[in-house]
Design a protein around this ligand. Structure first.
Ligand code: NAI
Length: 307
């Protein structure tokens, strides 16, 4: 497999690192318009191959056209949030960047899967799909893996259990309409609502929802990148290995969960061709309603973007 990671900034470089370290991808190519950045990061990563024992080739170029034909293109290029900014504040500048890159990626690699990371995530995923002209199964967004992982980590701390013992999925939008269905959340196999008092669970959900802003506030410049980069790599690896695990991803629903046609975060199985299946979980009525509301809000925001 060849994976092209566009944007060799904070998120892109961690994505490339995690992909290379997994040692199952033949080549990772970083692309960044900033002269020398992608090549520099690629060389630095290459220097760690002997140390860490992986064979993945890593290369850096300034133009997508020079990256070669890709099985997967991860788009992390664009502006990140600064303190006081919402993800939506990034929409205009990033739509220009992501739209152009999605078009170029589809032209170079007509059979590729596009994984969008750039914010605002829901809008950018829809926009990339439109610009690329690829089937919706092959244009997906990264948000739910990260948001689920944040909730799992925070719940692990709160319950003094290993994050790997926490199961939870973050659905809906990557923002205020994020939905973490508690009917599906478990701590070491027991329902989270039987493990923690209601108030504590609500606080964990709120903190997970605001984790991006919490990191931005601490960093004071730029936004989170370790967990986001690891999340993007995880999705690519799930596709490349046909892992069949249930993964939250921003995908285009076609009737599932009562959502007729639109991008929203849902439980999925991913494969070499992108979206394999939207997994229908037995959500509670209010959870289902919240996911549908998220889908409706994303559709509204997308229609504004297209005007
Ligand atoms: P960054 O500023 O460190 O890196 C962005 C890179 O994109 C820069 O190196 C820049 O030169 C490059 N770039 C800009 N236009 C380009 C173009 N046309 N072609 C190639 N490269 C181009 O930003 P960071 O922290 O890596 O964040 C990247 C994006 O990911 C932001 O929009 C951020 O909001 C988003 N993000 C999304 C997350 C999610 O859950 N979906 C989580 C974290 C970040």
């Amino acid at each position: 497999h060849r994976v092209v990671v566009v944007g060799a900034g904070h998120v892109g470089m961690i994505t490339a690192m995690k992909l290379a370290e997994a040692n199952i991808i033949e080549e990772v190519v970083l692309v960044d318009i900033a002269d020398g950045l992608a090549a520099g990061i690629a060389l630095d990563l290459t220097h760690s191959t002997a140390l860490l024992g992986f064979d993945t080739k890593v290369r850096g170029v300034t133009r997508l056209a020079d990256a070669g034909v890709a099985d997967y293109v991860v788009i992390t290029a664009g502006r990140a949030r600064q303190p006081g900014m919402s993800r939506t504040d990034l929409v205009e500048v990033n739509a220009g960047i992501v739209g152009g890159l999605a078009r170029d990626a589809a032209a170079v690699s007509p059979n590729t899967v596009l994984l969008i990371v750039t914010n605002p995530l829901d809008e950018m995923t829809h926009h990339a799909w439109q610009a690329a002209g690829l089937p919706a199964e092959r244009v997906i967004g990264m948000a739910g893996v990260l948001d689920s992982s944040r909730f799992q980590a925070l719940t692990g701390l709160a319950t003094q259990s290993a994050p790997s013992d926490i199961t939870a999925l973050a659905l809906g939008s990557h923002g205020d309409e994020m939905v973490i269905p508690l009917s599906q959340a478990r701590v070491a196999g027991t329902s989270i609502t039987q493990t923690l008092p209601q108030g504590a669970v609500t606080a964990l959900v709120d903190r997970a929802r605001n984790s991006g802003a919490e990191v931005v506030g601490l960093l004071k410049s730029g936004s989170a990148f370790f967990a986001p980069g690891a999340s993007a790599a995880r999705m690519v690896l799930a596709m490349a290995t046909e892992s069949d695990e249930v993964i939250a991803a921003t995908v285009r629903a076609r009737g599932q969960y009562g959502i007729s046609d639109g991008y929203v975060g849902l439980p999925t199985k991913l494969g070499r061709g992108g979206l394999k299946e939207i997994v229908e979980l037995p959500l509670a009525e209010d959870e289902l309603a919240a996911v549908r509301t998220a889908a409706a809000r994303i559709s509204e925001r997308v229609s504004v973007l297209e005007k």
